[in-house]
Structures are given as C-alpha cells and as structure tokens.
Design a protein around this ligand. Sequence first.
Ligand SMILES: [Zn+2]
Length: 394
Amino acid sequence: MTEKLYDGQAELTEARVRVIEQGKDDRGQYVVLDRTNFYPEGGGQPADTGTIGEVAVTDVQTVDGEIRHYVTAEVAEEALAAIDWARRRDHMQQHAGQHLLSAVLEDGFGAKTVSFHLGEARASIDLDVAKISEATLLAAEQKANDLIRQALPITIEWVKEEEAAIRNLRKAPQVTGDIRLVTIEGVDVNPCGGTHPSTTAGIGVLKIVGTESAKGGTRLYFLCGERAERQFELLQQVSSELTRLLNAPVPQLAEAAATLLEDKTETAKEMVQLRKIMLELEASSFQSDGPFVFKQFSERPFKEVQQLAKLAAARMPGNYLLFLTTENGRVRFAVGKGTEAAGDMRKVLNALLEATNGKGGGSAEFAQGAGEMVDVEAFFKEAEEIFRKTAEQV
Ligand SMILES: [Zn+2]
C-alpha cells in the first residue's frame, strides 16, 4: 500500500521514494512506490505529471487499489520523485476555487452544483438552475474573492462514516469507510480526496468567464489563480490593440465597433447601388450593326457579365446576345434576346452546350452555361449559325 503524501502535504513537491512494483498494463509501463507525492486522477482533479529520478511520469492512475505511475523508461529502485509544481498548483487553485464558488452559489444564491469539470483551459460547474442573472454572477464572484482575500484556513480531517453522516456536508460521500473531509473555515465542509492550498488565499483570484445552458441547467465557466491572470493579460493586449485601431478608450470600444459596422453596412448598400448604375451605363453603351451582340469579357465575375447581358437585352429589343468569359480552356456564357426577337434561348443553349461539352440552364429569354472551348472566334461563328437556325424555326 502506497503512503499518500499528497493527502496531508499538498504542497510537497519532492520526495525520496522506493519502487515496490514494476509492471505494464493497457496504459503502458508503470511503477508503484512505497510512498508518493503524485496525485492520481480522481474526484475531478487531473493526475500530476513530473519525474522519478530522470524518468518522466506522464500519468498517474489508481488501478485495482494501487497507485500506478506511468513512466517512459525504467526507474531506479530509489529515486527523487518531483511533481510538475506549476501544473499541480494550477489544479489546486481551480479545484479549491470550485469548492468556494459552489458554496457561495448554493448558500447565497440557491444554485446547487451538480458536477465539476477541470479542463485544460478553463474549469466549469453545472448548476441546477436554468437561468442565472449577470447581477447574481457578479455578486457571487465578488463574494468568492472576498473569501479568498480573508485567507480562510482549508483543513483536512479523516472521520468515520457515522461521524460524516451527522456532519452538515455539502454533498454525500462517494466512498465508504474512513471519509476525508475538506473544510473551508466557516464556508464549506466537503468529502473530497483532492489537493487544496492551505488557505483560500492560495486560490489567488476567481473570475467567472461565461455561462451556457447545459442539461436543463446552467454551465458556468471560471478561472482561478494564474489562469485568471493570463486571461487578464490577454484581454489587456486585445483591448490595447482595439483602442489603437478604433481610436477609442476601452469603455467606448463597443460603441466604436458598432458605428464602424453600421458604416460598413451603409457602404455595402451604396456599392450595390453604384455597381447597378455602372452596369446600366455600360449596357446602354453597347451598339450593333446587325442582330448579334457578341462580347468577350476578361477578369470579370461571370455573375456581373450575366447581369450586364440581361440589362443589354432589355435595351435592345431586336437583338441576340452572347456574352462570355474564358479561363483555362473553359468558357462561361450567357445567351439572351430582346423582347421582339424570335427564338427559344434554351435551344440555342443546348446547341452551344453540345458544341462545348458543357452544362447549363435557363428560360426561353435567357440562359447560361459553361463548357470547354479553345477558339472564341470560331465559337462566335458557330453561335451565329445556331442563333439564325433557332430564329428561323419559329
Ligand atoms: Zn477538493
């Protein structure tokens, strides 16, 4: 049986240990120690990582009642076990922060915690209330930080099951036999096997960063300690950059961004109007000696070419139009006719699609397609014949 040093000494970073068993399971190569400062994953707290001697410990799990330290190589029989303290301290901050926040939310605001998740980037608790107001969140956060500043002792005690049953615990113990109770003085008594700082001051600071609906209740995300500091640094950087870009102080950033977006929408509307006017002007400039208006456009969106063909057809009642763009041996074309011109543009389209091995669709007045093409001049010549034949068929 491994002595759990982390139980009573949560801030013990290094310990001399002896290997009492080596083995291999589905997770990989592992060692069991006579005593350990490595916390095995459990109770919502992730496992510690670190080193035993020179060898890296990548995971720690409780399997069949023994604490297995998963290692990347063979470990000497006696060695110094060192945990990644930054990682552990982070876990302790989030974990103890959760005890505190859950207690504050339940006792002060009637929102009970039903589960806790400690993620890589942020921690979350699920609350049994469907909605929680911004004012409540702010008040709970302020209360939690007030309790953090008071540096309230966080103590550990082991009690018998019968003793635990008569204590006013935050939640029912999930183990039987001896129960480990974690008490935040005057705030909370909780059965818990995790690691915690010795006072609430060790949590550093607590910041609620968002909520969302989850499983009929509310999921609340929060950051403690250095995670909260990193978040503040990030927000500081971003707001400084935005202040510079929008030329507005932080409290007016949202307003400045909203104004900018309004301007953008207005400009986009104007652009559409201007483009329409320009296309109409261009369409009115087309002239023709005979019945055919054939044009090739380069470096223009086909959608615009189509619009142009429609506008031109409306202004040229007796004409036939074929507007096209070419790119990489492909042709995209629109065919149309004026209101007084005879013929079905679908027939013209079909013949052109056949000639180009292409695909397309449209109406009797206007159609478009795309296919393969090499020579524009030859294509126009062929199209002229097709237009004539179709017109004669009427
Ligand atoms: Zn705990």
